[in-house]
Design a protein around this ligand. Structure first.
Ligand code: SD4
Length: 328
């Protein structure tokens, strides 16, 4: 059978026109009309690095029709990206000079797994997947998560900082202040949410967290409902930005619940940012947050606290890097 016929047979593309994918890499104008169109399958991911991550996720979705495999494999690309200083072991360390990782994965049937404060593991998202699939628990942290990873056959990696991270850490130490800092222009956590042609949804989120955080600090990314939430009956949401502000409003769960009550993904993301502003007034100048959402119909939305949040969108007819609209 020709590869084109195999392609046509793939059920995940049922209903979508077989038009050539239009490659749009420019992202000059913020996109706010997203929620009027419907796409199935559909993948969204945070930031510029969402583009290659989505490519890989789309490939896996095409080959396996498994939306959870797609979101796991997609973010693994970012976990290995040596230019990314907020995901994977090459990310910026905590204030002791140690990279510690957070990750979560969730399916729309409520299955989920996460790891927090994990050390020496190249693919924390894969360990989160194992927590979901192989344990009765949702979340493993610290040394217990590391021991679990070892028991599942994950090799331990060196904790020597990547050259970029080591240089940045040395520079930071010159004026180190004992408080969390966040560069509002330079977040890199990847959150990915996806809807398959069969209506099943999944999401993943992985990060080295806030740069120079206190040792032991855990952000929103591994907390189900904060950095990620997925419900096949409604939709999916993920978050990036200063985790403390997102945890305070249970951001991703809030967005899914707002969609359950009838808001579009765009409206739900905007309401979550409004809520976040109201609950984080004293830190507002020092933070950036971005939310992404998809509903089960295949509509999507994105909204950020301030300018600069980009996200990658991928469906059968188009893949594009977009600028999110923003509040401030
Ligand atoms: C955290 N939410 O650990 C993460 C950081 C982040 O883009 O998203 N950076 O707080």
């Amino acid at each position: 059978m020709s590869s084109r016929r195999v392609f046509i047979k793939k059920s995940f593309l049922a209903g979508s026109a077989l038009l050539p994918i239009q490659l749009l890499h420019s992202c000059s104008e913020p996109d706010r009309v997203s929620s009027t169109e419907k796409f199935k399958p559909l993948i969204l991911a945070t930031w510029d690095h969402g583009m290659p991550a989505n490519d890989r996720a789309w490939e896996v979705l095409s080959q396996t029709a498994s939306v959870v495999d797609a979101v796991e494999e997609g973010v693994k690309v970012t976990e290995l990206d040596m230019d990314n200083l907020s995901v994977g072991l090459q990310g910026l360390p905590d204030r002791e000079g140690i990279p510690t990782l957070d990750a979560s994965i969730m399916k729309g049937d409520g299955s989920c797994g996460s790891v927090a404060f994990l050390r020496q593991i190249k693919h924390p998202i894969a360990v989160a997947r194992k927590v979901m699939d192989e344990t009765p628990h949702v979340m493993l942290a610290g040394e217990g998560a590391r021991q679990f990873a070892i028991s599942q056959g994950f090799p331990l990696e060196s904790e020597v900082l990547s050259p970029k991270a080591a240089k940045a850490f040395e520079e930071w130490k010159v004026n180190a202040q004992y408080k969390p800092i966040i560069n509002i222009e330079n977040h890199d956590t990847i959150g990915m949410i996806a809807l398959g042609a069969d209506g099943k949804m999944a999401g993943s989120c992985t990060t080295s967290g806030l740069a120079y955080k206190m040792h032991g600090r855990v952000g929103d990314s591994p907390i189900i409902g904060a950095g990620l939430f997925v419900d096949d009956e409604v939709g999916a949401a993920t978050a990036t930005g200063l985790g403390e502000s997102i945890i305070r409003i249970c951001g991703s769960f809030l967005i899914v619940e707002l969609m359950r009550q009838g808001r579009t993904p765009q409206e739900a993301c905007e309401e979550a940012v409004r809520r976040l502003i109201a609950k984080n007034r004293k830190d507002l100048d020092n933070l950036q947050v971005g939310f992404l959402a998809i509903n089960k119909e295949g509509e999507y939305g994105a909204y950020a606290l301030r300018e600069g949040f980009t996200y990658a969108m991928h469906h059968a007819k188009e893949k594009a890097l977009k600028n999110s609209t923003f509040a401030l």
